[in-house]
Design a protein around this ligand. Sequence first.
Ligand SMILES: NC(=O)C1=CN([C@@H]2O[C@H](COP(=O)(O)OP(=O)(O)OC[C@H]3O[C@@H](n4cnc5c(N)ncnc54)[C@H](O)[C@@H]3O)[C@@H](O)[C@H]2O)C=CC1
Ligand SMILES: O=C(O)C(=O)Cc1ccc(O)cc1
Length: 368
Amino acid sequence: MTTNTITKVAIFGVGLIGGSLALCLKGKPGITVTGYAHTQDYADQVIAREVVDQVTLSPEEAAWDADFIFLCVPVGSLEHYITLLSGLQLKPGCIISDVGSTKASITDCAERLVLKDACFIGGHPMAGSERSGVKAASSLLFENAYYVLTPAENVPADKVDSLSVLLSHTRAHIVTVEPQLHDQIVGAISHLPHIIAVALVNQICSYNEDNPLYQTLAAGGFRDITRIASSDPVVWRDILLNNRKVMMPLLRDWNDGILQFMAMLESQDGSAIEDAFRRAGDFRNELPERRKGVIVSRYDLYLEVPDHPGIIGRITTDLGQKSINLSNIQIIESREDVPGVLRLSFQNEREQERAKDLLQSHGYTVYH
Ligand SMILES: NC(=O)C1=CN([C@@H]2O[C@H](COP(=O)(O)OP(=O)(O)OC[C@H]3O[C@@H](n4cnc5c(N)ncnc54)[C@H](O)[C@@H]3O)[C@@H](O)[C@H]2O)C=CC1
Ligand SMILES: O=C(O)C(=O)Cc1ccc(O)cc1
């Protein structure tokens, strides 16, 4: 990529992930972003959010002069679009990538197709949310997250480098992983938790039909572990069907774990229950904190916030009035020990210190 030529990026499927990627790239020097939407309704939403420079309903028009094409559609539609691209005369050297949550089948598919002068490098940003659609897109979504690339062996290293350079605009941490290993690991750490969350919510939902007090009393722990049960049904249908061979043994192991718990309860084995909680706590407490350290968020403050409507707006307004620049803001939903924690990130120590002084003077409890 040179700085004096225009790099044209096409994004197929401008939803949560495609829209967030578009926001990371749009407006960067020498980059233009075209979005492809498959219906006028989606195109209108993309135009309204202004996440791309132009939108088209024609995949051919989006693709023909693109240097990079990102397929950001549900996993079940990836093969359709890569097959369609293989039938087009793309710009020589074009790099096609995707953001699908599974990597083995699309990488196999791309290897079977003849992509002429183009090449395919699978990708998966390990960041997202239970929200979907372009309305939920954010330029900060990938910051400090891992972004997995799964290049096949025959992909030239300079192509992987070009893609990595472009993706540096996401401020994600690029790693390469072999596709099957990727699917095995994300099956365990992402797909299995989604199934468990959905099964748990549906279990409680059926009790609730008999007594609505279940919903009324559902507390923090239930909300914490079930957030991802609100994820998009079509996106997750496709992921789970695609990764079903990986999921079946994982679900058998899960079943074994539940049976062990039942045995512990039946035999009233308190020390085994304690051991299970200790082992889990030790591992969980060692999980890397996603947004700390790797790239930008070194100047963070943690703020205890009461659960009042408008509180975040008040805090950002207070900072803005003192011209203190925030580089990131995150509500940490999963800190059971400290409810209602906000992480504010600043670009340098001076801004961090000024913010700390200001917020403390407004009565907030602030941690480094
Ligand atoms: N949701 C998440 O947190 C993450 C999702 N992914 C992957 O990203 C991809 C997109 O997911 P999201 O952005 O979450 O979903 P989304 O529903 O927000 O966006 C999907 C987009 O694809 C478009 N689309 C759907 N079917 C299409 C079709 N047949 N032809 C053309 N466009 C179509 C929709 O209009 C929408 O704009 C999926 O492959 C998913 O596995 C990857 C990382 C995180
Ligand atoms: O919302 C969450 O916590 C997620 O787990 C988001 C997510 C969903 C799908 C992926 O492939 C990667 C990340």
